[in-house]
Design a binder for this molecule. Structure first.
Ligand SMILES: *[C@@H]1O[C@H](CO)[C@@H](O)[C@H](O)[C@H]1NC(C)=O
Ligand SMILES: *[C@@H]1O[C@H](CO)[C@@H](O)[C@H](O)[C@H]1NC(C)=O
Length: 497
């Protein structure tokens, strides 16, 4: 679920910030982070009620569950989940549900796991790929708790989700980077550390996927996701666009990319924390002013990190996260993914049913993952991507906009960690040919059937909190008319949900 991804991102930041005193920065010039964040990552994952048995899916000296004895790059099966309520006469063929592994081209031995759900509406619907964040969280979190075809009932049955995004799209969920969810390798060198690695793997997967499913290759294609996917999505969109321009492989009909409560432009977003916290009554003016004193240092650090720094990026991560931890120190036990809620005990959000569900033997048999451990959120993957965290991913977006690829940035208003204010600021500050017009355009409300009530009450995981509005948002955006009053050719719209 997107929720978990966003949650995880925020949670990790919070925990790491708390523990990173200035003494840590001064004393440890090598920034030996190897043990440090992983301890906190584990803590955070426990808070989410996720207990990965393994930290990362690295299989030593074992045969891979699938693909071992085949030359094919994609091994896929049609399946039907057991425990499906009201699946009466529906056959595996009718469902059009697939689970598969892609053997990552540029890897030593990595396999990327994915789910593909054909649209319940029309095979001609756009192909939409969803990426959960973390970094290191499985997209199955979004699939079961936000926008997938089913949700998990208390008794571990699956019930159809009326507002699943497969009502309007042919929907893909991938577990990535390597080591996340059911994706795995036998070689630690396959762990990714940057958006280059991430976006190349995703691009190579898409090529293989459309080769396997040529009937979908001409459909419109959209990239969506949440939280740390605010990094993945622009990088992946740029990679697809580059591949198209260079005629590298199958042309991918990229129409747009959507970022939900994402982390994309850290300079603007970290600066917005104290302002958002003050606006929402989490901190007082005097606290705001004191916490804001860190901002110039944080900005300088982010500038040094830029788009491809390394040590400087780690340094800025620790410097800037002091802002977030200070806010949390004042705000108390709120849930930073949804400040209306308290983060009580270990139950901020409880996604444990997903783990229980995916660990059932009949389910595993149905989707072909053998006895591979399911790693809902991998501390190892998270830690490996820390150097990527503070990099600015906004820089690649203007090129996409100029070439007519649409961008949607949306944010649940009660999310602190990737709040709407920071997102709104970077979108407004972005320099592109339509900037002036965009900034000058009036704010319009996003109404679903004449009422705009639906869109507001959401935290980090918008499709979980507002499933109907989120599906409607996706549908309208893909059709080019997010709000009725906005011209259909508008390339860049902000829906502040
Ligand atoms: C499990 O729960 C679902 C949804 O509440 C219900 O429809 C179904 O009948 C239940 N199944 C069993 C076996 O109790
Ligand atoms: C809006 O209302 C119409 C008529 O009542 C209904 O058919 C449609 O499904 C509604 N749309 C949404 C998104 O709820």
């Amino acid at each position: 679920m997107a929720k978990s991804s966003l949650i995880i991102i925020c949670v990790f930041v919070f925990s790491v910030i708390f523990s990173s005193s200035s003494a840590f920065l001064v004393e440890d010039r090598n920034l030996k982070v190897s043990n440090f964040p992983s301890v906190h990552a584990k803590k955070l994952i426990r808070e989410l009620n996720l207990f990965p048995k393994e930290e990362v899916n690295i299989i030593d000296g074992r045969d891979s569950p699938v693909l071992a004895a085949t030359e094919k790059t994609i091994v896929e099966k049609r399946f039907k989940f057991p425990n499906l309520v009201e699946s009466g006469g529906v056959s595996v063929e009718d469902l059009g549900h697939h689970a598969g592994y892609y053997k990552i081209a540029n890897s030593h031995d990595a396999r990327m796991f994915y789910f593909f759900f054909e649209s319940r509406n029309s095979k001609k619907d756009p192909v939409v790929i969803w990426l959960t964040g973390g970094p290191g969280c499985s997209s199955e979190l979004a699939m079961f708790y936000e926008n997938g075809p089913f949700s998990i009932a208390k008794n571990l049955s699956l019930v159809w989700n009326e507002h699943g995004w497969d009502q309007a799209s042919n929907l893909l969920y991938v577990d990535q980077p390597t080591g996340t969810g059911f994706s795995y390798s036998s070689d630690r060198r396959d762990i990714r550390h940057s958006e280059d690695g991430v976006s190349n793997d995703l691009y190579d997967f898409l090529q293989a996927f459309f080769k396997e499913h040529p009937q979908f290759a001409k459909n419109d294609f959209y990239i969506t996701g949440e939280s740390y996917a605010g990094h993945y999505i622009p990088a992946f969109a740029s990679r697809v666009h580059r591949g198209n321009k260079a005629k590298e492989g199958i042309h991918i009909n990229l129409k747009g990319f959507a970022i939900g409560n994402g982390l994309t432009d850290p300079a603007h977003q970290y600066k917005a924390y104290p302002d958002y916290a003050l606006d929402m009554g989490l901190i007082k003016q005097s606290e705001h002013d004191r916490i804001s004193k860190v901002i110039p240092l944080c900005e300088t650090a982010i500038k040094l990190c830029g788009t491809d720094g390394t040590l400087s990026c780690m340094a800025s991560y620790f410097v800037c996260n002091a802002i977030f931890s200070s806010i949390m120190a004042h705000a108390g036990d709120i849930n930073y993914y949804d400040i209306r809620k308290k983060c009580e005990g270990s139950l901020c959000y409880d996604f444990s049913n997903m783990e229980k569900f995916l660990n059932q033997k009949p389910v595993r048999d149905a989707i072909g993952v053998g006895d591979l451990d399911f790693v809902s959120c991998s501390p190892t993957v998270y830690q490996a991507m820390l150097v990527d965290w503070m990099r600015n991913l906004e820089v690649g977006i203007p090129t996409l906009l100029e070439d007519g690829v649409k961008l949607l940035v949306y944010a649940g208003e009660y999310d602190l960690i990737c709040n709407w204010l920071g997102n709104s600021r970077w979108v407004h500050a972005m320099e592109w040919s339509g900037q002036k017009e965009f900034v000058a355009s009036p704010e319009v409300s996003f109404a679903v059937n004449g009422s705009d009530a639906g869109v507001h009450n959401a935290g980090h995981m918008v499709p979980m909190d507002q499933p109907k509005a989120a599906l409607e948002m996706l549908r309208r955006w893909m059709q080019g008319s997010l709000a009725e009053e906005v011209p259909a050719d508008s390339e860049n719209l902000v829906a502040e949900m």
